[in-house]
Design a protein around this ligand. Structure first.
Ligand SMILES: NC(=O)C1=CN([C@@H]2O[C@H](COP(=O)(O)OP(=O)(O)OC[C@H]3O[C@@H](n4cnc5c(N)ncnc54)[C@H](O)[C@@H]3O)[C@@H](O)[C@H]2O)C=CC1
Ligand SMILES: O=C(O)[C@@H]1CCC=N1
Length: 279
């Protein structure tokens, strides 16, 4: 996102929800240079709050309004169904000019804008769990009052999670279906390939080791050569060879169609979440 204007440094962040995605964003925010003393995490599971406090040196609370007080950026990392009640609790306590960055699947910026003070800049972000190891893929879409500077601020805060791209909000359900849910499809495929190895007589450990290394290696080859996946697939597939025999079964079992159907279903579920929770 080199076209984005430089982001002003952020000194204070409130993180609402310290679960899987909340922790990934917390780690990134600290790596982006926000001082630990400027971060408040609101997490209602006390044990989890203690864990985050001990691991990152941030302040924790179970009071949403207390967390957002004075924060320049408020990150909403709650389950979509918990967001409405949380926004109702915090709306009167937001600092003037606070930017609200939501990672909740399905929820639109318009929904946030209806519940928050007029003019609140809202960023809708869709990250994914590889963010936990700095290998994530996130898209950032601005709401009505978010400027390119707000997008730059959000992008800078997320930089340590991995790839961060700008998106239009109309594309966020598709992004959710592809990169948001995508890691789960990949884990399911790794598991299936490993299970296939077991069917063919390999030990479970050896099969998983080989399947995992194969995914890692294939993605590294894509990255490092810059070749299209079709070209790389053809290089594996000798005429009359083993791969051609295997890939025929992909066609016979409509694997490509299944992947497209999975993405459509995830996109539709993202839209349905919006309809169910925002109405
Ligand atoms: N897990 C994933 O792969 C991705 C998740 N997301 C989105 O991120 C959001 C969070 O998902 P996860 O981190 O997976 O869920 P999670 O269940 O791990 O985290 C949610 C956390 O919020 C806490 N919480 C709930 N209500 C609260 C309240 N009123 N006050 C304080 N804490 C409260 C829960 O105790 C929990 O720790 C969801 O909206 C999801 O759609 C987005 C992209 C990927
Ligand atoms: O399954 C979900 O709803 C969330 C959003 C994208 C990944 N996990």
């Amino acid at each position: 996102m080199s076209e984005a204007p430089p982001a002003a440094p952020v000194r204070s962040v409130a993180l609402l929800g310290g679960g899987v995605m909340g922790e990934a964003i917390l780690a990134a925010v600290l790596r982006a240079g926000v001082p630990a003393g400027g971060v408040a995490v609101c997490e209602r599971r006390a044990e989890r709050a203690d864990e985050l406090r001990d691991r990152y040196g941030v302040r924790t609370t179970d009071d949403l309004a207390d967390a957002v007080r004075g924060a320049e950026v408020v990150v909403v990392a709650l389950k979509p169904g918990d967001v409405r009640a949380a926004l109702t609790e915090v709306t009167d306590h937001l600092a003037p000019g606070a930017v609200v960055l939501s990672v909740a699947a399905g929820l639109t910026t318009a929904f946030y804008e209806r519940l928050l003070p007029e003019g609140t800049p809202v960023l809708r972000v869709m990250p994914n769990t590889p963010a936990l190891v700095g290998a994530g893929a996130s898209a950032v879409a601005p709401g009505r009052s978010a400027t390119p500077e707000h997008v730059a601020t959000g992008t800078a805060l997320l930089a340590a999670t991995g790839l961060v791209v700008a998106a239009a909000e109309k594309d966020m359900d598709a992004v959710t279906a592809i990169s948001g849910s995508g890691p789960a499809y990949v884990f399911a495929l790794v598991d299936a390939l490993a299970e296939a190895g077991v069917v063919l007589g390999l030990t479970r450990d050896r099969a998983l080791e080989l399947a995992t290394a194969t995914f890692r290696g294939a993605v590294a080859l894509l990255d490092e050569t810059g070749e299209h996946p079709v070209v790389l697939r053809e290089r594996v597939t000798s005429p009359g060879g083993t791969t051609a025999a295997g890939l025929r079964q992909f066609d016979a079992h409509a694997v490509r169609a299944a992947v497209v159907a999975a993405a459509e279903a995830a996109r539709d579920r993202s839209r349905a979440l919006s309809a169910e929770l925002e109405g």
